[in-house]
Write a protein that binds this ligand. Structure first.
Ligand SMILES: NC(=O)c1ccc[n+]([C@@H]2O[C@H](COP(=O)([O-])OP(=O)(O)OC[C@H]3O[C@@H](n4cnc5c(N)ncnc54)[C@H](O)[C@@H]3O)[C@@H](O)[C@H]2O)c1
Length: 326
């Protein structure tokens, strides 16, 4: 028998959102899942057969009427909808601001009018930007280097303000580099893990921006879904941002070596110049996360990459390489 929690997921047709919907639909405490997505970067097909079990509302979080209907009677809103790319924001900062900052404000407004469901929202490690300290602690100063990072900083600050002004229960989570099944390659803003897997499976070289010594706190999407699901069922809140990563640090060259190992043959690497807005090193201080979620577990990188490679192989077997992929 299903439980009674009603959860609205914005961006539920995206990479992280579709994984989260999968988790929520299988959780005994969750009764109904509503998805709001304009399918600008996501796709209904990522939900697979789960689509039939969700209340899917195609449209933008910027549409106040749509958001009001989608949030009424929700116990929790997980706000993942965004234009999620640093380079995209460098090319079109206003579009990123609208979707990410104004979009978050609209979600919060809908939640406030709906009587105050928990709002969990995705911020990003990119807010640390030029902050040199490592690991990145939420107490250190945000020093954003891109319009995307600024839009995420505004979004998490809005959550804090809605808690302070209206008592809304909130949880702003700073995601680090999330990877896993359903993260697609084959578009100009694709992330490093799917892009490299796709290139390697196509027999192409992988591109490393800079010398490859830059580091990332790679976080398996299952870790993210586990934490968000616990936040909803146990009603975990924080007006202050919380890093959602377990404090690992992998250089791009080490990632390439491990991926080659998982794929069964070494990756061929080509170096190009560094990208504007990219940060050199990223590693979370997970203390605040572990205080709030003592059961948070990092999926080991090798295990996460094995699942991710298996998903890419399955996709190729059923529908061929991604359109526009390498
Ligand atoms: N993937 C990562 O490594 C990472 C890291 C830090 C933060 N984040 C954040 O996590 C969230 C999810 O990212 P993702 O990697 O799944 O990206 P994604 O592009 O796969 O998902 C974003 C979803 O939001 C939808 N969307 C965009 N604008 C919308 C709008 N105005 N109204 C309704 N839907 C809209 C897209 O169609 C898409 O389905 C984003 O907020 C992103 O900024 C992701």
């Amino acid at each position: 028998m299903r439980g009674g929690l009603r959860v609205t997921v914005t961006g539920g047709a995206g990479f992280i959102g579709s994984n989260l919907v999968y988790w929520l639909l299988r959780h005994p405490a969750v009764g109904r899942v509503t998805v709001v997505d304009d399918c600008s970067t996501g796709s209904m097909s990522l939900l697979g057969s789960d689509l039939a079990d969700t209340d899917f509302r195609r449209g933008s979080v910027l549409d106040a009427g749509l958001m009001e209907k989608a949030v009424t009677r929700a116990d929790a809103v997980v706000h993942l909808a965004a234009l999620p790319s640093v380079p995209r924001s460098v090319l079109d900062p206003v579009a990123s601001h609208h979707a990410n900052a104004t979009g978050t404000l609209q979600v919060l407004e809908a939640a406030r009018r709906a009587g105050g469901p928990l709002v969990v929202a995705a911020s990003s490690s990119s807010v640390y930007g030029a902050q040199p300290s490592l690991p990145k602690s939420e107490d250190s100063r945000a020093m954003p280097l891109s319009p995307y990072a600024v839009s995420k900083l505004a979004a998490e600050a809005y959550l804090g303000a809605y808690h302070a002004c209206y008592g809304l229960p909130v949880l702003p989570l700073r995601f680090f580099n999330v990877y896993g099944p359903r993260q697609r390659a084959g578009h100009p803003y694709a992330a490093v893990v799917p892009t490299w897997i796709d290139a390697a499976l196509s027999g192409s070289a992988v591109t490393v921006h800079g010398d490859g010594t830059q580091t990332r706190d790679l976080t398996c999407v299952d870790t993210v879904c586990q934490v968000i699901t616990t936040a909803i069922t146990d009603r975990v809140t924080s007006p202050w941002p919380v890093n959602l990563a377990l404090g690992t640090r992998t250089s791009l060259l080490d990632l390439a070596a491990l991926l080659g190992n998982v794929l069964g043959s070494p990756l061929r690497i080509e170096h190009t110049g560094p990208r504007p807005g990219d940060v050199a090193h990223s590693q979370a201080d997970p203390s605040r996360l572990l205080d709030l979620f003592p059961g948070a577990r990092a999926v080991p990188l090798r295990e996460g990459l094995e699942h991710t490679v298996a998903w890419h192989r399955e996709q190729r077997a059923t529908s061929g390489p991604p359109a526009g992929g390498s």
